[in-house]
Design a protein around this ligand. Structure first.
Ligand SMILES: [Zn+2]
Length: 307
């Protein structure tokens, strides 16, 4: 790969475990567990977020045992190191790995074993999950310094009985013990999610937030509170939340002083490395070296700390 971004030290804050398996591992485990993996098992441009989320049903089937959780976590750390990622955070929803009888703590510990101190771990609930689950993640993290944060992933649906506000208690518990807080917010949806995530859930980072510029209130809040946006432009294009990369707001955000940074979301499903994502963003209209440097600085500054 002749991509000069590989030479530059980078931080990756937003990478999902179950979307970032090595290609060879994905197919090897597919064979082992008799799960059919389509030949070109990647996101394609402008699919919907709902369709993108279905891909995870398949990868999750491969990650229901301790050894696979440990192996894949270790491989993600190795791959990141090769890409010159000197600060890595991996996220996943432990409750999605209980199909073969593991307990949540065993799932978390298997991943921490694979990470072996090379990355911070973020535990994700999904929109609509019982808030008790998020609280249990905060509890689990108390005795596991390798867990650096919590997150809400997926997206809201009218069938869900819990709303973003309902996770306030769990996020307040996280704040109280110094655990990092991020939320997948406004991924092509109403910018009010940004306001709720920051004001009610004490989020200091937001995943995606692609509609930030649609609300002056949200924009002012994000700038004044120096909230970091974990931006994943290729994923945003594939999930259909921006219609083209040229229209992605990351350049404008950086110009306005928003603390945005560049991330992959899912290296396998999006078929992208962080250096490739940097290259893509560097070619966007109006992007400058200065703004690229800013985004690198933003990512390192927003790293969740080991406690
Ligand atoms: Zn994500």
């Amino acid at each position: 790969m002749s991509n000069h971004w590989v030479q530059i030290k980078k931080a990756e804050l937003h990478r999902h475990l179950d979307g970032s398996l090595r290609k060879s591992t994905m197919y090897e485990l597919g064979k082992k567990f008799n799960v059919d993996i389509p030949a070109d098992f990647h996101f394609s441009p402008n699919m919907t977020l709902e369709k993108a989320l279905i891909f995870f049903d398949t990868s999750l089937k491969l990650l229901q045992e301790k050894s696979e959780l440990t192996r894949v976590s270790a491989e993600i750390c190795e791959d990141a190191k090769k890409d010159n990622i000197t600060h890595l955070e991996i996220r996943f929803g432990p409750h999605l790995h209980l199909q073969k009888g593991l307990k949540i703590e065993q799932v978390v510990d298997s991943v921490l074993e694979g990470i072996d101190g090379r990355a911070g771990l973020i535990l994700c609930g999904l929109y609509g999950d019982d808030p008790k689950l998020l609280k249990s993640y905060v509890e689990i993290s108390k005795t596991r310094p390798g867990v650096v944060g919590i997150d809400l992933a997926g997206g809201p649906h009218h069938s869900q009985s819990f709303k973003l506000e309902d996770y306030q208690e769990a996020y307040t518990m996280a704040l109280e013990i110094g655990l990092g807080r991020t939320v997948h917010a406004s991924e092509g949806r109403n910018p009010n999610e940004i306001i709720t995530a920051v004001n009610t859930l004490h989020a200091t980072r937001l995943g995606h937030a692609t509609t930030l510029l649609d609300s002056k209130e949200a924009l002012d809040l994000v700038i004044n509170k120096q909230i970091t946006i974990e931006s994943c432009p290729t994923s945003n294009l594939q999930c259909g939340v921006v219609t083209s990369l040229k229209e992605h707001p990351i350049t404008k955000w950086l110009e306005l002083g928003v603390k945005a940074c560049i991330n992959t979301d899912n290296t396998f499903f999006s078929n992208v490395t962080l250096s490739e994502e940097y290259q893509t963003v560097s070619e966007l209209p109006g992007m400058t070296q200065e703004l690229m440097n800013k985004s690198i600085e933003n990512s390192f500054n927003a790293a969740f700390k080991l406690r």
